[in-house]
Design a protein around this ligand. Structure first.
Ligand code: A2P
Length: 336
């Protein structure tokens, strides 16, 4: 059996990676449709060795589409995902538009794959990139020892902000080296040679929405509203790959050695934890362009009897977005 697959946002940073991952993993595509805004209609995107002509989402008829992968922003998803679902497609949505709706499952393929079946609206949500990689690494710890509280600081690459954010880091970096002013447009302040402790909108409680996504999504995916999460989300001048310094407090005691041994067996995880220079994952040396969630710096928390520290790095565009969406599509394909 093959499937008619639509990629919505096919010209974007995530969309183009969805196309390449569908091809790399030999997803059973019968027909592939690439969709974006009217301004991209008629341009071409790569699907394996093929060039696919991009069509305008606004005028496209979704009937006959089996699976639609959406990554074109929340407002586009809100408007068009229900139309695709009504036409019979299973929608896998990378935006935050539906993630917190009770009747939309939020799925990390290694953590809660069974949830894909509970989709009364025909929509499955793909988690935020930072939550995704964190939970691939923490779910085994939660199952073994019960997570009570997570303290996390993220170091998030600019690709999470899409193509315009990648371009701004490139432009500013080159510009500053040539004595030009940074002229911030996509980010509120200079991102090249800087850090920005602000991703997505500020909330009434002082956290940003990106930080609250880590709270809400962790509780929903692990199915435990009692888990406490205290995040700080920071944008860093890295092109691809998010990193996270994570401190996990557990209900039962679990040692760093036990965590390391468990994660060596965990699906989707690669442990890189040699206590020597370079013996840890970084966005550039490990994550960028690769599929795994890399975990290093695993150590007991010297300040707490039931806590461990981890350093978690993954390609935010791949596992954090496009790869997990395709893995969900594979779960759907396996149903029939
Ligand atoms: P387009 O290139 O035609 O603007 P990124 O996150 O890298 O910026 O990519 C966003 C993706 O979402 C692009 O493919 C973009 O298409 C697409 N997109 C944004 N707004 C719309 C819209 N209103 N209708 C269809 N596609 C959209």
């Amino acid at each position: 059996k093959t499937f008619k697959v639509a990629v919505v946002g096919a010209t974007g940073a995530v969309g183009e990676t969805m196309l390449s991952i569908l091809s790399e993993r030999n997803f059973p595509v019968g027909e592939l449709v690439a969709l974006a805004s009217a301004k991209s209609a008629g341009t071409k995107v790569k699907y394996g060795h093929k060039d696919i002509v991009v069509q305008d989402l606004a005028t496209f008829d979704p009937s006959g589409v089996d699976i639609a992968l959406f990554s074109a922003g929340g407002s586009t998803s809100k408007e068009y995902a229900p139309k695709f679902a009504a036409a019979g497609a299973v929608v896998i949505d990378n935006s935050s538009a539906f993630r917190y709706d009770d009747d939309v499952p939020l799925v990390v393929s290694e953590v809660n794959p069974d949830q894909v079946r509970n989709r009364p609206r025909g929509i499955i949500a793909n988690p935020n990139c930072s939550t995704m990689q964190m939970l691939v690494a923490l779910a085994p710890i939660h199952r073994k020892a019960g997570i009570e509280r997570i303290n996390v600081a993220t170091y998030q690459s600019v690709s999470g902000g899409g193509r315009s954010a990648l371009e701004e880091l490139g432009r500013q970096t080159a510009g500053i080296l040539n004595f030009q002013s940074p002229d911030p447009q996509r980010f509120p302040v200079q991102i090249a040679f800087n850090l920005i402790p602000h991703i997505d909108d500020f909330q009434d409680n002082g956290y940003t929405k990106e930080e609250m996504k880590l709270v809400w999504e962790t509780q929903k995916i692990l199915g435990d509203a009692a888990i406490k999460v205290n995040p700080t989300a920071v944008r860093v001048p890295v092109f691809y790959g998010h990193s996270e310094a994570v401190n996990v407090e557990t209900r039962e005691k679990i040692t760093a050695d036990e965590v390391r041994a468990m994660l060596q067996q965990a699906p989707g995880v690669e442990v890189v934890d040699d206590r020597k220079p370079g013996g840890y994952p970084t966005p550039v040396t490990h994550a960028s362009g690769n599929d795994a969630v890399y975990v290093g710096r695993i150590r007991d928390d010297a300040s707490h009897p039931r806590a461990v520290n981890l350093w978690i790095v993954s390609d935010n565009i791949r596992k954090g977005a496009a790869l997990n969406a395709v893995q969900i599509a594979e779960l759907i394909a396996a149903e029939s």
